[in-house]
Ligand binder design. Structure first.
Ligand SMILES: Cc1cc2nc3c(=O)[nH]c(=O)nc-3n(C[C@H](O)[C@H](O)[C@H](O)COP(=O)(O)O)c2cc1C
Length: 544
């Protein structure tokens, strides 16, 4: 009996020991594994949107400070895509406005939680209720939210003055909960984050005329968005977690399509031609009018006639522009013939036409090019090259050569074939240059374009600029010269021409960027400054 009792007590003790120590210990272990600390004092990790920062020691902590300045400012982590999770940070309780930003998509688009520590212990309860604030830049300012939804997006919370306080923001889908110090319940719950199910970086923020002092940022990522009633593939595409093989293949087609201007004689089976045109006809049209005709030409005789007619028409145009110079005319004839021979080396030549008698003829100008876009992508998916041509094959000539009736309008001509080789992509502007969320802001994502004019430089001056310049440890800019033209090539990017607008000042045409060369006291080029997207990046000369 006694032994039985001892045995029972022993079992209870073991169970107690398991529940009290081992199980929670494992949970803590799990938490620390997925939580990552970010050293804000490592400024190389941050995107600083025109803000002044400093590293300081504040009340025993190594801290990162956004200096006191006008306007709202943020600094956020580079290359971080935060969706859901727990963000923790220590903030110094210094008066004014200081906080956390998350799902940062650009310096002006983010969700934010910030504090007004000076209100925390104010004698006026209304002021106390304005201690923690939710905002969503650029549209949902504190002022807008307070006016429209009083007390919904701000709350009271106790923050001891002149101390560090700890903030935890738990973000999940459309919701954010804010905890301060050891509090078990949130001081603010936002149930309808204004940017919806967005994602982006995490950073720190401070408001107008305020500084912000921060330390110990940690982020514990949570699960991706949970969607109901959407297909699995759609869910994956939206949450950005991963793409199926089919999705990847499809998206790659857009990137891999190139304008091809020389083809192998390999023939294309009719089945492929029909597949490509079947894709073209699935393009959207106004009122579903489907106003197209795809005229497919494979007859070499007709195509040779087209070439001859196009060359002589181009020469006639040239003669009208300039007084006749037989040498120049001959070189033009050679160039046109060469270009057209390249296009027409494709075994298949397709005219994309729209019917002027369609149901909504004024919409043909949108419907026509859309089908052509589908056509060139479908051709790429089957491994064929294409080129969307307009002026190279004037409509009056194709009309005559192919007997196109009057009621059809030519949208474009598309040679289709196996490329002799796939060309490299010409320089493309970065995605960021095209995409603006919510609002176009002057000076940030659009500006009045500056008209730049090229000046002539003598050969000696042009030669001054040639050399290699170092940006970052592994990134250089090479400046090279061909005849009187200068080119730059940044590591891993295509070579592009630069044009002089003044001595030592050049501009690029493919993107909005300029280069200033800096000379030393003896007049030799010692470095260059690349101006792009509002930033100036210096690169020291390392080689002639
Ligand atoms: C409306 C339009 C007209 C074009 N006309 C011609 C043309 O007549 N001759 C030509 O070689 N390429 C023509 N192109 C192709 C462009 O030169 C080509 O798309 C551009 O240089 C980018 O290269 P990528 O297509 O390889 O991305 C045209 C493209 C478009 C969209």
């Amino acid at each position: 009996m006694f032994l039985k009792k001892v045995f029972l007590i022993l079992i209870i003790l073991i169970l107690f020991f398991l529940v009290a120590f081992i199980l929670p210990a494992e949970k803590t272990h799990e938490e620390t594994q997925s939580r990552k600390a970010y050293d804000l004092t490592d400024v190389n990790m941050l995107v600083k949107a025109d803000v002044q920062t400093e590293l300081i020691e504040y009340k025993g902590k190594k801290a990162f400070r956004l200096k006191q300045e006008k306007g709202e400012r943020i600094a956020y982590l580079k290359d971080l895509e935060f969706v859901n999770g727990i963000i923790e940070l220590d903030i110094a309780a210094i008066p004014y406005y200081t906080g956390i930003v998350f799902r940062v998509r650009s310096p002006h688009i983010y969700e934010g939680i910030y504090f007004r520590p000076q209100n925390s212990r104010h004698s006026d309860p209304v002021r106390r209720g304005h201690t923690v604030q939710y905002t969503a830049s650029p549209r949902y300012t504190w002022y807008y939210l307070r006016e429209k939804y009083p007390e919904k997006y701000e709350a009271a919370v106790d923050i001891p003055p002149d101390e560090w306080f700890h903030v935890k923001v738990v973000v999940s889908g459309m919701e954010a909960k804010v905890f301060v110090n050891e509090a078990k319940s949130p001081c603010l719950v936002v149930k309808d984050l204004k940017h919806g199910l967005s994602k982006g970086s995490v950073g720190v923020w401070c408001g107008n005329t305020s500084s912000g002092t921060f330390a110990n940022l940690t982020i514990e990522p949570g699960p991706p968005f949970q969607f109901e009633r959407v297909e699995a593939a759609e869910e994956r595409a939206i949450s950005g977690v991963s793409y199926t093989v089919e999705q990847k293949f499809f998206l790659d087609i857009f990137k891999k399509r190139r304008s091809v201007r020389k083809f192998k004689p390999t023939l294309i089976p009719d089945e492929h031609i029909m597949k490509i045109l079947d894709a073209a006809r699935s393009a959207p049209t106004s009122g579903n009018q489907q106003p197209w005709k795809f005229l497919v030409i494979q007859d070499r005789e007709k195509l040779n006639k087209l070439k001859a007619e196009c060359v002589s028409a181009a020469l006639e145009r040239a003669k009208k522009r300039d007084p006749v110079d037989p040498v120049k005319l001959e070189s033009l004839r050679k160039r046109y013939t060469e270009n057209l021979t390249g296009y027409l080396s494709a075994p298949v030549f397709i005219l994309v036409l729209t019917d002027k008698n369609s149901r909504y003829p004024s919409y043909n100008k949108w419907d026509g090019p859309l089908a052509a876009g589908y056509l060139i992508l479908a051709a790429r998916a089957l491994g064929y090259g294409t080129v969307y041509t307009t002026d190279s094959f004037p409509a009056d000539i194709t009309k005559k050569v192919f007997a196109v009736p009057d009621n059809f309008e030519q949208i474009c001509c598309i040679p289709v074939g196996v490329p002799e080789s796939w060309p490299n992509s010409p320089p493309k502007k970065p995605l960021q240059e095209f995409v603006v969320f919510e609002k176009l802001i002057k000076g940030v994502n659009y500006d009045v374009p500056i008209q730049r004019t090229t000046i002539e430089l003598d050969q000696k001056t042009i030669g001054d600029y040639v050399g290699k310049f170092k940006f970052e440890p592994n990134i250089t800019i090479s400046v090279t010269q061909t005849d009187s033209h200068l080119f730059v090539q940044i590591t891993g990017q295509p070579k592009v021409e630069i044009f002089p607008e003044a001595k030592d000042k050049f501009f690029l045409k493919v993107v909005d960027a300029q280069i200033t060369f800096v000379r030393d006291t003896e007049g030799r080029i010692s470095k260059l400054l690349l101006h792009q997207g509002g930033r100036t990046i210096p690169a020291e000369k390392i080689q002639n």
